[in-house]
Design a protein around this ligand. Structure first.
Ligand code: SF4
Length: 63
C-alpha cells in the first residue's frame, strides 16, 4: 500500500507521527511526509490507523 498526504488539508498536528513514528515525520514546513513508499507490510496496520485517526482527513490510501 501507499499513503498520500494532502498538504492542503494537513495542519501538522502530528497525530500520524505519534501513531506511526517510523512511518510519518513532519517536514520543515510542518507537513506530514511518509518515510516509506510503498509502506512495508509490517507497518500497514499502523498506516491504516493513522489514516483513520487523522483529524483533518489528510491521509489517504493509494494502492
Ligand atoms: S495527523 Fe493528519 S493533519 Fe496531523 S500531521 Fe498527520 S497528516 Fe497532518
Amino acid at each position: 500500500m501507499r499513503v498520500v498526504v494532502d498538504r492542503d488539508r494537513c495542519e501538522g498536528n502530528a497525530v500520524c507521527v505519534k501513531i506511526a513514528p517510523g512511518l510519518f515525520v513532519l517536514d520543515d514546513d510542518d507537513y506530514a511526509t511518509v518515510t516509506a513508499d510503498p509502506v512495508p507490510a509490517a507497518h500497514e496496520a499502523l498506516a491504516a490507523e493513522a489514516i483513520a485517526e487523522c483529524p483533518r482527513a489528510a491521509l489517504s490510501r493509494n494502492d
